[in-house]
Design a binder for this molecule. Structure first.
Ligand SMILES: Cc1cc2nc3c(=O)[nH]c(=O)nc-3n(C[C@H](O)[C@H](O)[C@H](O)COP(=O)(O)OP(=O)(O)OC[C@H]3O[C@@H](n4cnc5c(N)ncnc54)[C@H](O)[C@@H]3O)c2cc1C
Length: 393
């Protein structure tokens, strides 16, 4: 018996004993995919979250874009992203088989385009950077981008095509992961964890919002942007993860002929924008990036700017029906890379800080968490992303 609900007169009592080996805090894509994999590896898993699947994972755009998301100074994150992107086709297939649900994983490719000469200078610099890293990306003239994507504005001047970049419908992904967890007998506890309680450097209990305490021998902290703010988290995680707000729009185009065949990203008069088309005729337009704590409001200015910039590249977006504007929190870290590994509290493991790439990194993160809990170490690409990398020597 490794986790249990304490039965004492000081706390609420729920009689579930001998049922759990691992408690996962947070049911976003990282917690859910880890729960599914751990359960299939033979662990009895409970996942605790008051709002299952409704964090950043619900808000995101669903791009699996290691090449387009390659940034200066983030070469080790790029390597990780390429490995995870490679494992996406099998992961998607396995999840769909397990649940009989489609998650619309599509290798649609990304067209990164520019509107004027200054925008094209940015695009050309990006193309050179991608090519210097040996990434597959192809420069296209104005004629070639319009041939590839006839819905682009006529004055788009050219771009880059990255065929390996892909997408998944992140909301279908969340739903499929919940279903897969259910089928694998993962227990869901609809509560907030208030505190991780440890004794002599070893985790002992989780205190839940309603006062219930769960005996816990192994805990995976996967609470996204909230991972640093739970009482009792290991000291090396204090202040390490911060919420980076992103606002995003969901529209629906009126007819199948108005659906783009690629994800379109671009620079439009200096504004950076993406438009992600779904098979369902939904289009996702995003996203803002700024730091304002846990403020979930959507600014009218952001809606205006996103639509204005998207329309400069794809004029037909303004004929679409406006369905939703939402804000979510990317779990940011000091080096923009995830944190997966063991912590200074024995029995507490962490899988968080996936910043702008949590959907992309889902298959690899779940695999690394499973390897960690099964063998005690991570040997693959994720091995250099432990929390210990931030230790001051
Ligand atoms: C606008 C936007 C666009 C994005 N687009 C992309 C994209 O195209 N591609 C990509 O790869 N990534 C994208 N991302 C990033 C991606 O969404 C995140 O990296 C990823 O969803 C993080 O997953 P997670 O499971 O760690 O966190 P979350 O999905 O935020 O889940 C954390 C969960 O923890 C729970 N929780 C919090 N505190 C507690 C507690 N005390 N007790 C119990 N549970 C708790 C929350 O309720 C939540 O459900 C985007 C993000 C945003 C905001």
């Amino acid at each position: 018996m490794i986790a249990d609900i304490l039965l004492t007169k000081d706390v609420n009592t729920i009689s579930t004993s001998d049922t759990t080996d691992v408690c996962i805090i947070g049911a976003g894509v990282i917690g859910l995919s880890s729960a599914w994999r751990l359960s299939n590896a033979g662990f009895r898993v409970s996942i605790i979250d008051p709002a299952i699947g409704h964090g950043a994972s619900w808000v995101a755009a669903g791009m699996i874009a290691p090449v387009t998301e390659a940034y200066y100074g983030e070469e080790s994150l790029l390597k990780l992203s390429l490995v995870s992107a490679d494992s996406w086709p099998d992961f998607a297939e396995e999840l769909q088989q397990a649940t009989s649900m489609s998650i619309q994983y599509l290798q649609s490719g990304i067209l990164m385009v520019g509107k004027d000469a200054d925008d094209m200078a940015v695009i050309n610099e990006l193309a050179e950077f991608q090519q210097s890293l040996g990434l597959q990306s192809e420069r296209l003239s104005a004629r070639e981008v319009h041939k590839a994507e006839p819905l682009l504005a006529s004055d788009v001047q050219g771009g880059i095509l990255t065929k390996v970049d892909a997408q998944v419908d992140n909301r279908l992904l969340v739903q499929a992961l919940v279903s897969a967890c259910n089928r694998s007998k993962v227990s869901f506890i609809h509560q907030m964890v208030r505190e991780i309680k440890s004794v002599k450097g070893r985790v002992e209990r989780l205190l839940l919002q309603d006062g219930t305490e769960i005996l816990a021998d192994k805990v995976v902290l996967a609470a996204g942007s909230w991972s640093s703010s739970i009482q009792g988290v290991p000291s090396e995680l204090w202040d390490l993860i911060r919420p980076v707000k992103g606002e995003i729009l969901r529209l629906k185009v009126p007819d199948p002929l108005s659906v783009l065949s690629h994800i379109v990203r671009g620079v439009a008069k200096g504004g950076v924008i993406y438009v992600v088309p779904r098979q369902s005729r939904e289009i996702v337009v995003g996203a803002t990036t700024y730091e304002k704590g846990f403020d979930t409001s959507v600014q009218a200015e952001s809606v205006y700017t996103l639509l204005r910039d998207a329309r400069m590249l794809v004029p037909s977006v303004c004929q679409a029906q406006f369905n939703q504007a939402a804000a979510g929190f990317r779990p940011g870290t000091p080096d923009n890379a995830p944190i997966v590994g063991r912590t200074s509290i024995e029995g507490v493991f962490v899988a968080t800080g996936h910043y702008r790439s949590g959907i992309l990194l889902t298959p690899l993160s779940a695999m690394a968490v499973t390897e960690l809990l099964t063998t005690g170490t991570i040997n693959g690409a994720m091995s250099s992303f432990s929390p210990q990398r931030f230790e001051k020597h």
